[in-house]
Ligand binder design. Structure first.
Ligand code: MTE
Ligand code: MO
Length: 384
């Protein structure tokens, strides 16, 4: 069993697939803390977790004129300044189950918790690329940076993807080669000893157990870059789909979801007020500026309170424009609508480019169930 050496996981996680391991926390737990503890952070593995010896580990950097660069973990920690970035990471399949409920899609049946917010610590990818010889000459032809994991399938193919060089080399891109998550060594499930963190970009590009970086004029030729993690029209079915016709997903669209109350919860009329909680985040460093909440199926709306820290804590200062990588948590406490026996609670977020979420799923439905960012709706019953 190639999965025999996979690490232990927290029993509260909802397991979508055991081998490879894919799981998410219950939504109520997800928004209990601004920084997601690693045990509750969703886990999305395509393959067995590779066991990497940190002492003999080397990161290969290839494609630059200086030849191949080989860096130990010690080199990465001592030869470059350490940076920390608080960033959310979301799987392209987050909220797929709601899309699947409308019309069947192919993929793991994620709820709303295939997202987390962590404080990542490591070396800037930019610093490593510059040390490896990136300069104006290279900038003339280089367009992409490939990342290859140390996790391999039975044919020996490693998980791999790429991002545009502009994101990788930009000082404002904040792309990290992270060796820490929330102040500790990366846990095995999250890429020990090193992973890429590409803030504002889909989870799939944040390669774990990073083994190799290649500078290239072309995108990664891997399955996950060329054939998966792409969006299609609702009218495209498996007989018609042409992966070459769509670009690889990079920056993600505006997103929000309700985490409390859970769908199907029963609320006592004697409560008088109702508290609704959730998260909101947008890709590309765009900052969430507002979350609207409706308790009556979208007829009337109230503005939720946003925070970028834990409850009762002084919040982190606002990020520089274009670098809002972390999520925001939000909350609304309002009187229970009188008479209603059932409430349809809805949330929708707005980012600083005034991007909004679509109201329904059908117009954004796609055969892989990716990029579901429609208004999130939960129904609760009110008991007299
Ligand atoms: N990196 C490697 N090497 N192997 C993987 O299977 N999964 C990707 C990405 N990086 C993956 C990977 C996907 S699709 C996502 S959503 C994120 O890792 C999930 O990161 P997490 O497990 O730390 O939450
Ligand atoms: Mo993912």
């Amino acid at each position: 069993d190639p999965y025999a050496s996979d690490p232990e996981r927290h029993p509260v996680l909802r397991v979508n697939c055991k081998k490879p391991f894919n799981a998410e926390p219950p939504s109520e737990i997800l928004t209990e803390s601004y920084i997601t503890p690693h045990v509750f952070f969703f886990k999305r593995n395509h393959l067995p977790v590779p066991q990497v010896d940190p002492a003999s580990y080397r990161l290969q950097v290839e494609g630059l004129p200086g030849g191949e660069l080989s860096l130990s973990l010690e080199d990465l920690k001592t030869q470059f300044p350490k940076h920390t970035v608080t960033a959310a990471m979301q799987c392209a399949g987050n909220r797929r189950s709601d899309m699947n409920n409308i019309k069947e899609v192919q993929g793991l049946n994620w709820g709303v918790s295939a997202i987390g917010n962590a404080k990542w610590g490591g070396t800037r990818l930019r610093d490593v690329l510059l040390a490896a010889g990136f300069g104006p000459e290279v900038a003339n032809w280089a367009r992409h940076v490939h990342f290859e994991g140390l996790d391999k399938d039975v044919t020996g193919t490693a998980y791999g993807t790429s991002i545009p060089i502009s994101k990788a080399i930009s000082e404002e891109g904040d792309v990290l080669l992270a060796y820490e998550m929330n102040g500790e060594d990366l846990p095995p499930d999250h890429g020990f000893p090193l992973r890429v963190v590409v803030p504002g970009v889909v989870g799939a590009r944040n390669v774990k157990w990073l083994g190799r970086i290649v500078i290239s004029a072309e995108e990664s030729a891997s399955h996950w870059q060329q054939h998966d993690y792409k969006g299609f029209s609702p009218g495209t079915d498996w007989s018609k789909v042409d992966p070459k016709s769509a670009p690889a997903i990079q920056e993600l669209p505006i997103q929000s979801a309700i985490t409390v109350p859970a769908d199907g919860a029963v609320i006592d009329r004697s409560e008088e007020t109702l508290t609704v909680k959730g998260y909101a985040w947008s890709g590309g460093g765009r900052e969430v500026v507002r979350v609207d909440v409706s308790l009556d199926g979208g007829n009337t709306w109230q503005v939720a309170q946003l925070r970028n820290g834990d409850e009762g804590e002084t919040t982190e200062p606002s990020p520089p424009p274009g670098r809002a990588w972390a999520w925001k948590l939000w909350e609304l406490t309002a009187p229970l609508p009188p008479q209603a026996e059932e409430l349809e609670i809805i949330c929708k977020a707005v980012d600083n480019s005034y991007n909004v979420q679509p109201d329904t799923i059908l117009p954004i439905w796609n055969l892989r169930g990716l990029l579901n960012n429609a208004w999130h709706r939960v129904k609760v019953r009110v008991r007299e």
